[in-house]
Design a protein around this ligand. Structure first.
Ligand code: NAD
Length: 515
């Protein structure tokens, strides 16, 4: 699909407004600064957005507050029908939106389409969920009493997203929060504003049909005008924030300071353990996708390989061979496996990390450095790097959001597990092994300390059905499948006395004397 066709099909103009309460009439004539969205593919502008100023933010919040008051009255299965129709319009626009994701975020088109597929999958999941927002019933300790718990809509959910999953993360939050009866205030990364505008345009016919303006809101704006006001706003009971650990610590402090709820999805430092009896071919393929896919810009990207000393040489040789075959280039070309980094800052972060690891004692085994591609001279292309390192090096302990893979050697499995867990982050993890003992140890309480632990599957590419998120400095949040919906609702425990006496809990007697 050509660029102009993609933009037309998604209703992207040369200049777009950065705030809407949803639907075809919800766009607000914003008056903030202009934001130019440039493509990392060639450094050229795609289109512009006039950002939301403080007034636009306030008017969106007023509309969202009013909309929530009526939306929560709609039965959950009816809300599910709306999400089902959102899945339908996403299916129609999958090709265009997936292509725009590739253009704006720089991931290869197959991954852009995969991201939109994730939106469709979570929408389908949410439709089923709309009939399954179950509470528990309990046996009361008192006669003729009934106890149960129920889940009520929470309110307005603030959704702050990272550039690298510009559309899927919105859907994980917004579509589940939608069936839960909440309103959503979406603040995308300023690096990927157009995909956010496109989402609003795609769902506009559904919003119009059901008259739910104010439920799916968007505000694109600066930290001062939008970001910070969201964090401090007591009308927003939950902030779901995806991004770096530094950002998450700040969000946690500010929102925690007003005793608001947070769902934090932050950085990872994901490792694969390759044992002496691992299937090498599978381990190599999983490592390649995990470390080079999305140019190493996934929260679940593989950043460390912890490999047994007896197979290290064989593994590294095969991996270097595989890296040599990776075609780096325009992510819109079907044969490309690795596109550009998001911007110049990401390139210098990678260069700085490679300089640091060498100073700290590491050795580059393959790659590193920038690439200038014909016709794409202003794009941000790098060669993915493989580096021999030790786990305790300060730079190995950090997440560098780039395709750098550290190779760490081990002798005993206990040592491998210790290396594995000895980083501040705890998102995704994997072991490649044929041994049941190694496998089960990895999955036990003595094994991986991450939110996601896989066997003979790499660290990236999670399915929507499970709860997604990680421990330690990854933030502790869970979103997407399983029972992650509970964070978007408030739980209420109810006790009903259907007898004619008033017994107290714990057998307490509290009678007025003389009775
Ligand atoms: P980032 O931290 O720079 O920005 C993330 C979002 O936070 C953006 O929308 C940004 O505008 C916003 N933000 C920053 N400061 C804010 C403030 N004071 N108030 C309100 N909002 C603020 O991250 P990025 O570079 O866009 O994304 C890369 C990072 O995201 C990596 O660390 C990656 O691991 C992480 N990530 C995590 C997950 C996950 O699910 N765990 C998923 C994707 C990305």
């Amino acid at each position: 699909m050509e660029k102009s066709k993609v933009l037309d099909s998604l209703g992207i103009q040369d200049v777009n407004f950065g705030a809407t309460t949803g639907g075809s009439n919800g766009w607000i004539q914003t008056k903030g600064k202009e934001l130019v969205s440039t493509s990392p593919i060639d450094g050229q502008p795609i289109a512009r957005v006039i950002m939301a100023d403080r007034r636009a933010y306030d008017s969106v919040m007023e509309k969202a507050t009013a909309a929530f008051a009526s939306f929560r009255m709609m039965p959950a299965p009816k809300r599910g029908e709306i999400i089902r129709e959102i899945a339908d319009v996403l299916r129609e626009k999958k090709e265009a939106l997936g292509t725009l994701v590739a253009m704006e975020a720089g991931k290869i088109k197959a991954e852009g389409l995969g991201e939109v597929q994730e939106m469709i999958d979570i929408a389908d999941f949410a439709v089923g969920l709309s009939r399954q927002l179950y509470g528990l019933t309990m046996h009361s300790e008192r006669p003729m009493h009934r106890m149960y718990e129920q889940w009520h809509p929470l309110g307005i959910v603030g959704v702050i997203t990272a550039f690298n999953f510009p559309v899927a993360v919105w859907s994980w939050n917004a579509l589940v929060a939608g069936v839960c009866g909440d309103a959503v205030l979406f603040k995308p990364s300023s690096k990927t504003p157009l995909t956010a505008v496109a989402i609003q345009n795609i769902i506009a016919p559904v919003v119009d049909k059901y008259g739910i303006e104010g439920i799916f809101n968007l505000v694109i704006g600066s930290r001062e005008d939008v970001g910070e006001p969201m964090l401090h706003d007591k009308r927003i009971p939950l902030i779901s924030a995806t991004g770096s650990t530094a950002m998450g610590k700040h969000v946690g402090e500010v929102v925690g300071g007003r005793l608001g709820r947070t769902l934090l999805e932050l950085g990872g430092n994901n490792a694969i353990i390759v044992t002496e009896d691992a299937d090498m071919d599978m381990a190599i393929r999983a490592t390649l996708f995990g470390a080079v896919g999305t140019a190493g810009q996934r929260c679940t990207s593989t950043r460390r390989i912890i490999v047994h000393s007896s197979v290290k040489e064989k593994f590294v040789n095969a991996l270097v061979n595989a890296y040599k075959q990776v075609k780096i280039g325009n992510p819109l070309d079907e044969s490309t496996l690795m596109g550009p980094l998001i911007d110049g800052r990401a390139v210098s972060d990678m260069e700085n990390a490679l300089a640091a690891v060498q100073e700290q004692g590491g050795k580059i085994l393959y790659g590193g450095g920038t690439l200038t591609l014909e016709g794409l001279e202003d794009g941000f292309y790098v060669k993915p790097a493989i580096v021999e390192a030790e786990n305790q090096y300060p730079v190995v302990q950090e997440e560098t959001f780039a395709p750098i893979l550290y190779i760490i050697e081990y002798d005993t499995y206990d040592q491998a597990l210790a290396f594995h867990n000895n980083v501040p982050q705890g998102l995704s993890s994997a072991v490649f092994t044929s041994s049941v003992h190694y496998q089960e140890t990895f999955l036990s309480h003595m094994g991986s300390d991450c939110g996601i632990a896989n066997v003979n599957i790499g660290t990236s590419g999670a399915e929507i059905g499970g709860a997604f998120g990680g421990e330690k400095e990854t933030g502790g949040g869970r979103e997407s499948g399983s029972d992650a919906w509970k964070i978007y609702m408030r739980r209420q425990t109810n006790t009903i006395n259907w007898g004619r006496d008033l017994p107290l809990a714990q057998g307490i007697e509290f009678n007025i004397s003389g009775e």
